[in-house]
Structure formats: C-alpha cells, structure tokens
Ligand binder design. Structure first.
Ligand code: BTN
Length: 250
C-alpha cells in the first residue's frame, strides 16, 4: 500500500496531537477505515497516563486510526497491537542503523542503545463500530541535546546514535507499510509475529519491577505469552501481567 495515495492520509504542519485529531476523525461518520495522520509539530503531544510527549523539529509523530470492530479485529487481540507496532518499529530502526542495539520494551516502547527512541500510545475512542488509535512518536532527526534534562537522560534519537540525518518519510514508510500488512494477519488471528518477540525483548531474563496501579509486582521476566501478557517469575509463582508500567529493570 502506498499510504500517500490512500483516502485516509493527512500530513499537517502543526497539530496539538495526532492522537487527538484521530479522536475527532473517529467521531465522523464518513472517515475511511484506515487513516494515517502525520504532524511535523505537535504542541500538546500526549504520552501514557499523565505524561506529555516531547518532540522537536525532525521528530516523527503520527497516528493510525484503524478499524477494530469485532469482525475486523477481535477485542481479544487489541493488547497485541502495541506489541506489533513496537516490533515493526524495532525492525525498521535496526534496518536504518545496522549494528546498533535495538530492543522492544513491553508493552509499547522501543529502545536504541539502551535509551528510549520511540513511544506508542494506543487509545480506544468511544465509538461504534470500534476503532483503535495507534499513536507513535519516533525520535528521528531531533537531537536530545535540545530536550529537557529529564528526557535527555533517558532518551535518544536515530540521528544522535547514527551521527547523520535520516529521511523521515522513508522511516514512516518502513513502519506503516509492514505494520498494516502484519495487522491484516493479526485480523486473521495469525499470532506468528510473537515468535520473534524474544529476539528484541529488553526485559527477558532481567529482574523487573512493574507498577500495576494497585500494586507493584517484582520478578524475573520470562517473556510474553500468546495474549501479550508479561510473564514474571515471582517468589509465589508465575504472574501474567496484562497492563502496567515497567519502572525498573536490571
Ligand atoms: C509514551 O511513551 O508515553 C507514548 C508516547 C506516544 C507519543 C505519540 S506522538 C504521536 C501521537 N500523538 C500523541 O499525542 N501521542 C502519540
């Protein structure tokens, strides 16, 4: 698919948030089944929970609005969508930066040389038939030297690691085309992509601490299962975590 030719493609110079624009479009009756919204600048980029998403000139920020009606994408597969996106993005970044360490961190981050390079925010707008919004921020040509101190300490960009600029449209293409192709397989309940998760998993074998809102769970990571749950070996047995924020790993 050439996404530029698709009826649901918007590239904006500036938006508050591509996810917020996707929420607007999700409410409209004639919005195409798949929409790609890209913004050169976001003035109010959102992260998970109460977090904001820092971006600057050269960042790649975009959202995909996808059909997630029960016939098209059974809700049991929804938790796998951020994992699929992370894996595709990890593969794309590894292709642009051969020899670099590229990892996926459950459930929705991508790490490059030990630092966060991409965040994914999946949201469920309150519409019927159901849709999902997959918001993706990749630090491509924005240097973290310009970032606020707390972001700079734990994030990086393709340009910072590769010491060169990258074609953002090529990065977008390298993510969107395989993502939509693999999403079609997930729509058919093909979970084959999960077999490759261990190759890039940042957490497997590490002692991790996960904030699950009502409790903190600590244990050794044993990977993920077919439902996308994080598997932790704790003193009281194996725990399957379906949601949470990984706060610490070593
Ligand atoms: C996170 O790591 O907390 C998720 C960050 C997601 C950021 C992207 S940028 C494009 C899309 N629009 C937003 O407002 N957020 C997501």
């Amino acid at each position: 698919m050439d996404y530029r030719q698709s009826p649901g493609f918007e590239w904006h110079e500036e938006l508050d948030s591509t996810n917020s624009r996707a929420h607007e479009l999700a409410r409209l009756p004639d919005t195409p089944a798949t929409v790609l919204i890209v913004a050169d600048r976001q003035t109010a980029g959102r992260g998970r929970g109460a977090n904001t998403w820092w971006s600057a000139e050269g960042s790649l920020t975009f959202s995909l609005l996808i059909d997630a009606s029960e016939e098209q994408l059974p809700s049991v597969h929804w938790p796998l969508v951020s994992l699929l996106a992370a894996q595709v993005i990890g593969d794309a970044i590894a292709a642009f930066l051969p020899g670099h360490d590229v990892r996926v961190k459950w459930p929705n981050d991508v790490y490059l040389q030990g630092k966060k390079v991409c965040g994914i925010l999946v949201e469920v707008p309150p519409v019927r038939p159901a849709r999902l919004i997959v918001g993706i921020g990749i630090n491509v040509n924005n240097s973290l030297l310009e970032a606020p101190e707390e972001v700079r300490a734990r994030a990086t960009s393709l340009a910072d690691e590769g010491s060169q600029a990258f074609d953002r449209e090529a990065v977008l293409e390298a993510v969107v085309t395989p993502f939509l192709a693999k999403l079609d397989r997930l729509r058919e309940s093909d979970l084959g992509f999960l077999e490759r998760w261990p190759q890039r998993c940042l957490l497997t074998g590490k002692q991790v601490q996960v904030d699950c809102t009502t409790r903190i769970v600590e244990g050794r990571c044993e990977g993920i299962d077919h439902a996308g749950a994080l598997l932790l070996r704790t003193p009281s047995g194996q725990e399957r975590l379906f949601a949470g924020v990984v706060k610490h790993w070593e």
